[in-house]
Write a protein that binds this ligand. Structure first.
Ligand code: UDP
Length: 243
């Protein structure tokens, strides 16, 4: 097996430091190579194992990054450790920083109207050199071609899609069939986090790998979704015995 890949329940993660990953992504943006990035957490891995169509989509990704400490723990349990967690949110911010330095262009899709407007405003102030090619909220008919065409015509170097999974990856797969260049990445609720609509955990929680706990306290509605984590760990245990 490629040393730079780690398999967790049939999902093949790139085992790279965030810095190395960013360098590779940036290179691909500069040479205009089409790139699909999936940041996968345990929920995504479980969902992909349940829905083959979604698994097929994420298998087409050029990079799958370990988003969440659950994936890092699972890899350790399977005795194929992952170097570090690469959170989708952090990756988005780093890509924005790069884009600002290199005058790259972006397109933003997802979140509620007020959140995407705030995101646009904040990006314009924080990263004045980024060319914003367009944006749209995430509440539209997935079959609507107008929005897809708009995004395709924008020819952005980077498109961030925050529709939550599996929608964002489904949309990206379709989008990538129509463009010749650009990096596309699903960012979940990152626009909400970026604008402070949903607060990210204080540094101490992140450092202690307790970000999930903080989010649970802040958004108790996530509880049902989190029940999936023990199921994920059980599945990993089973896989470990099999190996
Ligand atoms: N969202 C959207 N369109 C939809 C459903 C969700 O734009 O039809 C957005 C929602 O507003 C939020 C994000 O998708 O900004 C999903 O956030 P969530 O916290 O569920 O994703 P996670 O970060 O956990 O992947």
């Amino acid at each position: 097996m490629n040393k730079q890949k780690v398999n967790v329940l049939n999902v093949s993660f790139d085992n790279l430091r965030q810095e190395e990953l960013l360098a590779q992504l940036n290179h691909r943006i500069q040479i205009q190579q089409k790139t699909f990035v999936v940041t996968a957490n345990p929920e995504i891995v479980m969902y992909a194992n349940q829905y083959p169509n979604y698994m097929d989509i994420i298998k087409k990704a050029d990079y799958i990054t370990p988003d969440g400490i659950g994936i890092v723990k699972a890899a350790r349990m399977l005795k194929t450790p992952i170097i570090e967690r690469v959170a989708g949110y952090d990756l988005m911010l780093e890509l924005l920083k790069n884009a600002d330095k290199l005058n790259q262009s972006i397109y933003l899709l997802g979140a509620k109207e007020e959140v995407i407007l705030k995101t646009v405003k904040k990006i314009k102030t924080e990263f004045p050199n980024i060319k914003l090619k367009g944006y749209h909220n995430g509440y539209f008919e997935l079959t609507d071609k107008t929005l897809l065409n708009q995004a395709v015509e924008a020819q952005a170097d980077i498109i961030f899609v925050g529709l939550g999974f599996p929608k964002q990856e489904e949309w990206i797969q379709n989008y990538l069939q129509h463009v010749t260049k650009g990096l596309a990445m699903g960012v979940g609720g990152s626009f909400d986090a970026y604008t402070g609509t949903v607060k990210r955990a204080p540094a101490i929680f992140i450092k202690m790998n307790l970000e999930w706990f903080y989010r649970l306290l802040k958004q108790p509605t996530r509880f049902k979704r989190m029940l999936m984590i023990p199921k994920f760990l059980l599945a990993v245990q089973k896989e470990k015995r099999k190996r």
